[in-house]
Ligand binder design. Structure first.
Ligand code: MRU
Length: 343
């Protein structure tokens, strides 16, 4: 798989337009942080770690675009840029990335030009870190994945949801590298169909045996014994072990629990949120038309009332283990989360 997003030598950002996949592989190239914000908002780039990397690069572009001649003015421009880039509320990686870039800008001494240069380096480093973290997640998951396993996924937590490799993507790819016979069942993931459009595309590109099912088939394939474990990504994991991920994850976790199927969550440390309480998590609600329309055609009464939350919350008691780059937490709870992630 190609990289989802890249900083280029000429100080532009290149990202694959995920709204066009899998029918066309088209790239967006920009030197504007507002264009990056737009790409995040309309989901040309999506997936928690990928939008974190995009936001970091957006901050570096904003620094280049700024006409500030003092550090104070540059910081003010960067704070405005951070607000512009934080266009989606649920994935913590977005604010994690913009806050990290702001902190670097504040802590860098020297000329405006040297701060801008430092921010470019930091954005590139965030992207490289993401690639390293994903590989480590894949390595850490090997203790749970056996030869011949069939893995159930939801949404896209593959290469396209990160800079490269993926979180769930790394679990699958590293196990496939090791054993050569890993299979995937990908849930379609209504309403945006990231499972059908993106997960199936990228695993098939890499020659991984992948079967597409609709979301309503999950209970049946679990009951039929087709699945050895579920591995899902996360947009935010709380200190209590609650996992916020794509809508349908909670239903999958309950169904896995009923069938005694292990339910793993794969995510980098940039997705861990040790601060927010579960009742304060903002679940993004998206346009009703995402549910009413498929391929530019209404599939229901155009005025039908719709509820369209993009994410749900899975409680820790349904999670077999959280697999991160830092290590693995089995049967997660607040004590275990604190001892791995605090400080
Ligand atoms: O709305 P999206 O497509 O950005 O949602 C993405 C997901 O829910 C992914 O499964 C999650 O971000 C994990 S990405 C490694």
């Amino acid at each position: 798989m190609f990289r989802t997003i890249e900083w280029q030598e000429n100080n532009t950002v290149k990202l694959v337009d995920q709204t066009k996949l899998p029918l066309a592989v088209e790239f967006i190239e920009t030197s504007s942080h507002k264009r990056i914000a737009q790409a995040i908002k309309v989901m040309e780039i999506r997936g928690a770690p990928a939008i974190g990397a995009a936001a970091a690069m957006g901050m570096a572009l904003a620094a280049i675009e700024s006409e500030a001649s003092t550090k104070e003015r540059l910081l003010a421009d960067l704070e405005t840029a951070a607000r512009t880039l934080n266009t989606r509320p649920t994935a913590v990686n977005l604010t994690w990335a913009t806050s990290r870039m702001l902190r670097v800008a504040r802590n860098t001494e020297g000329s405006v030009q040297s701060i801008v240069q430092r921010l470019i380096e930091e954005a590139k480093e965030i992207a490289e870190e993401d690639v390293r973290m994903c590989r480590q997640i894949g390595e850490n998951a090997l203790q749970f994945i056996r030869p011949g396993f069939t893995i159930q996924t939801i949404c896209n937590a593959g290469s396209l949801a990160t800079v490269h490799l993926g979180t769930v993507g790394a679990v699958v790819r590293v196990a496939q590298e090791r054993y050569g016979d890993i299979k995937v069942y990908a849930a379609e993931t209504r309403p945006r169909q990231q499972g059908a459009r993106l997960t199936v595309f990228e695993f098939m590109e890499d020659g991984i045996d992948t079967t597409l099912i609709t979301d309503g088939m999950i209970g049946t394939v679990f009951h039929q014994g087709r699945i050895d474990c579920c591995v899902v990504g996360a947009d935010r994991i709380l200190r209590t072990g609650h996992v916020i991920n794509k809508i349908g994850t909670y239903t999958m976790a309950i169904t896995a629990h009923h069938h005694n199927i292990p339910f793993y969550v794969a995510a980098p440390t940039s997705t861990i949120d040790m601060v927010t309480d579960v009742e304060d998590v903002v679940i993004e609600e998206r346009s009703p038309d995402e549910v009413r329309i498929i391929n530019n055609q209404y599939i229901t009464v155009p005025t039908a009332k719709v509820y369209n939350p993009a994410f749900d919350i899975t409680p820790p008691e349904l999670v077999t283990a959280i697999i991160t780059d830092r290590g693995v937490i089995e049967a997660p709870n607040e004590d275990k989360m604190r001892s791995m992630f605090e400080g």
